[in-house]
Design a protein. Sequence first.
Length: 359
Amino acid sequence: MQTAIKILSGGAKTFEASTSTFVQLSSIRKHAESSSSVAAYNQLKALATKFRSRSVAMIAVTVKEGGHFDKVISMIDDMIALLRKEEQDDIEHRDRCENAQNANGNEIGDLEHAIKKTEASLKRMGNTKKELEDEISALEKEIAATNKDMKELLDFRNKEEADFRQALKDDTDAVALLKKAIVALSEFYKRNKIPLPELVQKKAPEYEQDADKAPETSWSGSDYGGRKSESGGIIAILEMLVEDTEKEIKEGRADDADAQEKYLKQNGALQNTLDSQEETKVNTETELADLEEKISGAEKFKNEKNSDKDASNEEKKSLGTDCKWVKTHFQSRRDKRKTEIQGLVDAKGFLAAGGSGII
């Protein structure tokens, strides 16, 4: 202990000089630091003005207020990181806008193409529909004409049949009357004991030579003998009339059968024509119904595409509002941010070159 006291006592002058030196160094350092702070502030202020950077200006204020070196450098790093994040956000926003607008434009283009294509298809189907409707209208007229022909043919045949039946009745009634007259005459001659062989006509009665002259007869007295040759000729004529009428009946039946056969043949041909026309009409109507269903589907598809197009146009407006700044401000924001980052980098370099500790 005494040895230590002796050493320290012997070094009193040394300690005095040392104390004086410490105070002086501290004073010099504080003065140097004050000058460096002012210089740093002035330099940062100049950089803030040059780059028009609020970030650099904030750092300058922090330096002026005596901010720590490490704190200021950290602030600069944080600001640079923030600006770069903003840059990345802008790029991502720009990319989203460009992709969305391109997709929206393509979608609108596809919708317009689909609508235009559908309209062209609807026009073609409309023309086909009119053709089918005209064809159906023509078939309806043809069917009506065929039905009219069939009715006229049937009416004509019914009239023929009615005329035939009336003629047949008349002829049948005439034959019956003629036969009845022959029987009556035969019985009359028999009662008057006129031999039947004498009833055979010897010569043609006078009215056959003169159609307007009838045979003369006398009906007075029980001894009536008559003109035997003429009386016999009357019965022969009646029998000839019966024969001719029966022949006419037979021919009439044959003619009616032939007429019926022709009617059936003509009516069958008309019926085949009618069946073909009606079948064609049914097929055409089916084709028209299928076409109308397609037209309805196409109209529905077109309306849906128009609705989609309206929605896409609304989206286009929304994107235009959200992405408008990309075309007008993206590059200027990018350039300004780049300039600001450069100012911060320069400020960081200046401060780093100025020393460490408190500025």
